[in-house]
Ligand binder design. Structure first.
Ligand code: GFB
Length: 308
């Protein structure tokens, strides 16, 4: 990306958006556009159109989204589908009207079928039924992906679609019910250790397999794709390392030095049984993640809980 070009990052206060902004700033004097919610309400079509007209961004990372873990997805499906669809419809159409150079739209591993063959290749997209706990969020993301591909075909919009695996790290949400598994458990283990509790409860059976990417690696991959990838074919971003939720919990307990028991609450949903992305297309372009799960968990724990 040329240093004179303007880069718009929507969702710059979120976990992924703030990591992208951090990395872009480290690269020096690029012109970053990071409007606040008051400056730019992405759900308001007229405001999005006029913002694009006024600021003429060249590159757009559309990273604003309503996100949450399994419980939030299951509890607020209307918000997840309505806000997310509205935001990306407005942004993609404004991108077309203002002739931007390129837009990056992130899909999500949860748009793949619940029982997709593993590791999940890009060709699994729309090849089966979606996991019911996140159908509304996935449907919004599927709409965004298909919209990018339609705009690329009909209007030659340079829209690229990155499909990230589950991300975690600095900027994560620790809300006890709305969070994803890593921040949720990290906080519970930490509190349990502090209060001398003898047990921490995991949601579900502990058997689901997940792949996790540290947010700095994900941000690096998104910038890499913006600079090096020009196709509306979906491209996966993962680590190709998977772990069961129970093993993840044991790893966290070790890092946090929680010595009590890990119990299971099987009345809570497991979600997809396995979600590991086949990322060899990305790796063959010469991008690889740098931060192991253990390293990422330690960094995140130190950042949030070991501050003096
Ligand atoms: O992180 P998580 O909510 O995301 O849950 P998903 C992953 C697994 O961890 C599930 C289990 O099997 C949960 O049942 N789990 C155990 C917990 N304890 C906890 C806990 O304390 N909190 C949470 N949150 N989970 C989400 C989708 O699915 O993945 C979203 O709902 C999004 O749409 C996101 O795509 C990346 O991988 O199950």
């Amino acid at each position: 990306m040329d240093q004179n070009k303007k880069i718009l990052v929507t969702g710059h206060t979120g976990m992924i958006g703030s990591a992208v902004v951090r990395l872009l700033k480290q690269r020096g004097s690029i012109q970053l556009l990071t409007p606040s919610h008051i400056e730019l309400d992405l759900c308001n079509q007229a405001k999005v159109m006029s913002y694009f007209k006024q600021h003429s961004p060249d590159y757009v990372f559309h990273l604003a989204a309503i996100v949450g873990g399994i419980h939030a997805n299951n509890t607020y499906p209307a918000k997840f589908i309505y806000d997310n669809t509205q935001m990306h419809c407005n942004v993609i159409e404004a991108a077309r009207q203002s002739h931007i150079k390129k837009i990056l739209f992130p899909g999500s591993a949860c748009t793949y079928p619940k029982l997709a063959s593993q590791p999940i290749k890009e060709s699994e997209f729309l090849n089966g039924l979606i996991e019911p706990t996140n159908i509304a969020y996935a449907a919004a993301k599927i709409n965004g992906i298909v919209m990018c591909q339609a705009y690329a075909r009909q209007h030659q919009l340079n829209a690229i679609i990155a499909m990230p695996t589950n991300a975690y790290g600095i900027g994560d949400n620790f809300h006890p019910e709305a969070s994803h598994v890593i921040p949720g458990l990290m906080k519970r283990f930490h509190e349990a250790k502090k209060q001398g509790l003898s047990e921490v409860v995991l949601w579900g059976t502990g058997t689901p397999l997940r792949e996790f990417i540290y947010v700095d690696d994900l941000a690096d991959a998104l910038i890499f794709l913006m600079e090096n990838y020009n196709s509306s074919e979906i491209i996966n971003i993962g680590t190709m390392q998977e772990i069961s939720i129970l093993n993840l919990a044991q790893e966290l307990a070790e890092i946090i030095e929680f010595k009590g028991k890990i119990a299971l609450d099987a009345t809570k949903p497991d979600g997809a049984p396995r979600k590991c992305l086949e990322s060899s297309r990305l790796f063959s372009l010469n991008w690889k993640p740098k931060i192991s799960l253990r390293m990422g968990l330690k960094k995140m724990y130190a950042h949030y809980f070991l501050k003096s």
